[in-house]
Design a binder for this molecule. Structure first.
Ligand code: HDE
Length: 692
């Protein structure tokens, strides 16, 4: 893996990097600056002079530092990496980056929330955008997906309505980065095509533990084309090697206050530590004839293709292994578009996708302010490119020669069209006929069957989380008629038990029957929708807090630290304050943080270190709360030696993830397994009486 650590995007490297180390401060035009503290004045107290070109140079640029934030997906984090193709993909596609197994393709990925502004919190209930730019030898290819396999709406013309409804309300711009408000649920209740997606947004997928543990989906159906020009339809998936993991709701609420940058920080830290996250890119590949047999339309983005119908073919894997150097230059200026495509892949007629093919370029023109946004280093292809595009704001390209048109005779008719069918993009000649109509196909009319399939496919605890999420969100909706409409027109048609639970929570009448005659999905339950289908293979980068006080046993700490290193886990010693604590044998134990400053919600597991200090622990409200909260959030806990007494003192109940032992070594395997399992869901019923 290390061999690709320095895989850089050549041109970005060559032309854009400025390394200020050892350099003199200059003006924008390279004039060395002697005084960066004082503006130019008459005497000591006189007015500042207009002549001060250094002051003007600095302020003029500063005044223009911000650009419009993205209208959706404004908050995001980016990282560089590389993609490696597996053998055998030429059967499906001629896309060079998918068939060349010898050479990795550089990538840049950006993961985002949808609703909140640039400064909003990370762990909100929301869809995560997951965009990947592949800098291929045949041009840039962008896979602009989400961590959820379906979307809210079926036709691009509804997108501005939907986004207006989910964003803060128009009159007071409240709430920020949350869907728990009237206009969002009004939209959901009146546009039942959103039903399936609403189940995903109310599921645990919308509150991921970290961005390394999310799945990715291309959502739309696309097309693959091979060298023989044979074509298949395709749905892209990317599956995290880290497993899929979520937080519990109470944890999400606390994280947003205690560390609003939790996701961003986690991804950064993992990459800095060399625990590079990896995803396997795969595809459901099928023919148009197969798709025609199914009980849903593959051009309807509110439907997924159950893996029971088409399993995923692995195509390759990608790794994120380099953090950005300059957030603005890279993450903020990166311009993704589903229209960025390469030979071997093509679009489908999904009416949502078709709208996106226009919208992204349009938004870049506004946001980045020039038609030359593809010249910005992060957007620039790494393969050779020769266009006849000239001029425009902030043009950086300097073309030699006379001709800026084609065909030409003055420059030997270069650059010329390509006849190389394996590299040059050629649209698949799909046959289309018919009348021009503003119409929704009849095959898009079923709004509920896959929502029901999703709900029924989840584990019991996931179903309960979904019920709680609908109840929470709707309890924030002020208009009773909107609450009622969601229950009767949406939830009842998904599942009556779900509708009943939410109605009871809101003190409303529970529907006894469905308000529409709802079709049943041919696949009633899918094995691949629960997060339990995606376990973690290891505990790399999981964070473990060791709680210590004076009188802690330092050898236990040493044992756990050594074990943590072999597992590539992050083990941190937390004490009442940042000063070192004294161990039982008088040694100084170095502390990584304060228990009050590094809250339990930011760790994956806790060990309470044994020693000679039980009373001190019992009398410390921060420490006891730490353990209680970790228990409530269903995380693994080890109570070493004398700390077993905490079970009685804090009224905990022992289970597979609440482990006691005299020696850490005896329980390290059990602890590892519990951390790998992420949460001990069976505990959930028992923790509701613990104060939040
Ligand atoms: Fe987007 N979307 N979208 N979207 N979308 C944008 O482009 C749009 C849709 C997605 O990290 C915008 O550069 C329309 C589906 C991601 O920079 C904008 C429609 C999916 C990102 C836009 C959709 C997405 C965006 C705003 C309905 C999942 C962040 C800023 C037809 C498959 C990209 C920007 C990044 C961003 C339009 C629906 C994913 C306005 C019109 C479906 C991951 O162009």
């Amino acid at each position: 893996m290390k061999k690709f650590n320095n895989l850089k995007i050549n041109q970005f490297e060559k032309e854009a990097y400025i390394d200020p180390k050892g350099k003199t401060l200059t003006s924008s035009l390279g004039v060395p600056v002697t005084d960066n503290q004082n503006s130019l004045k008459i005497n000591q107290t006189g007015p500042t002079l207009l002549e001060d070109f250094l002051l003007r140079d600095k302020l003029i640029h500063f005044d223009r530092e911000r650009i419009p934030e993205r209208v959706v997906h404004a908050r995001g984090v980016g990282a560089h990496g590389y993609f490696e193709a597996y053998e055998g993909n030429e059967k499906w596609t001629k896309a060079k980056f998918l068939i060349d197994t010898q050479k990795p393709t550089p990538i840049f990925a950006r993961i985002s929330t949808v609703q909140g502004g640039r400064g909003s919190a990370d762990v909100v209930r929301d869809v995560r955008g997951f965009s990947i730019k592949f800098y291929t030898e045949d041009g840039n290819y962008d896979l602009v997906g989400n961590n959820i396999p379906v979307f809210f709406i079926q036709d691009a013309i509804k997108f501005p309505d939907f986004v207006h409804a989910v964003k803060p309300e128009d009159h007071n711009e409240v709430p920020t980065g949350q869907s728990a408000h009237d206009t969002f649920w009004d939209f959901i209740s009146l546009n039942t095509e959103t039903s399936h997606m609403s189940t995903w947004v109310m599921s645990d997928r919308a509150i991921p533990r970290n961005l390394r543990s999310i799945q990715g989906f291309g959502v739309h159906t696309f097309r693959l084309i091979n060298k023989e020009n044979q074509t298949h339809l395709v749905k892209f998936h990317w599956i995290p090697k880290q497993g899929v993991a979520q937080v519990v709701w109470d944890e999400a609420l606390k994280l947003n206050g205690k560390d609003p940058d939790f996701h961003r920080r986690d991804l950064w830290d993992a990459i800095e530590r060399g625990n590079y996250p990896e995803w396997e890119l795969g595809a459901q590949i099928f023919t148009e004839e197969e798709a025609a047999q199914w009980d849903f339309d593959v051009l309807d983005a509110t439907k997924l293709v159950p893996e029971e119908l088409v399993p995923i073919t692995p195509l390759g894997k990608f790794t994120l292994n380099r953090n950005t150097d300059d957030f603005f230059a890279e993450t903020e200026q990166v311009a993704f578009s589903p229209a960025n495509i390469v030979s071997g892949i093509d679009f489908s007629n999904d009416p949502l996708l078709q709208g996106r093919l226009f919208s992204y370029t349009d938004t870049h023109l506004h946001r980045l302010g020039t038609a030359n946004f593809n010249q910005i280093p992060i957007n620039k292809p790494v393969c050779p490119f020769h266009t006849n595009r000239r001029g425009g704001y902030a043009n950086h390209e300097v073309y030699k020669g006379k001709a800026n048109y084609e065909p030409n005779s003055v420059d030997g008719n270069y650059p010329r069209e390509s006849s190389d069918d394996s590299h040059a993009f050629r649209t698949y000649p799909e046959e289309v006929q018919g009348s021009k109509l503003r119409i929704r196909p009849e095959s898009f009319a079923d709004h509920f069957s896959q929502a029901t399939m999703h709900y029924l496919s989840l584990a019991k605890h996931e179903q309960q989380h979904m019920k709680d999420a609908y109840a929470f969100e709707l309890s924030k909706v002020k208009a009773v008629e909107i609450r009622e409409r969601v229950i009767n027109e949406v939830l009842a048609n998904i599942d009556l038990d779900l509708a009943k639970f939410v109605a009871n929570e809101l003190g409303l009448d529970a529907p006894s029957k469905q308000s529409k005659s709802v079709k049943k999905a041919a696949i009633a339950k899918s094995e691949h929708l629960s997060t339990l289908a995606y376990p973690a293979a290891d505990i790399k980068q999981r964070k473990i807090a060791l709680l210590v006080h004076n009188g802690a046993n330092s050898s236990s700490i040493d044992t756990i630290k050594t074990w943590g290193e072999t597992e590539n886990a992050v083990v941190e010693v937390l004490a009442p304050n940042a000063a070192p604590v004294k161990s039982t044998d008088g040694k100084e134990i170095v502390v990584d943080g304060r228990q009050n400053g590094e809250p339990s919600v930011t760790y994956d597991a806790v060990v309470v270190i044994d020693g000679d200090n039980l009373d001190e622990f019992f009398n410390d409200g921060v420490a006891t709360h730490y353990v209680l909260e970790t228990f409530k959030h269903l995380k693994p806990i080890v109570l070493l030696g004398d700390k077993e007494a905490l079970i009685k003192e804090l009224k905990l109940t022992q289970d597979d993830a609440l482990i006691t032992s005299q020696s850490f070594k005896d329980v390290s395997d059990k602890f590892k397994k519990a951390i790998q399992n992420h949460r001990y869901w069976d505990r959930e019923d028992r923790v509701s009486s613990i104060p939040a």
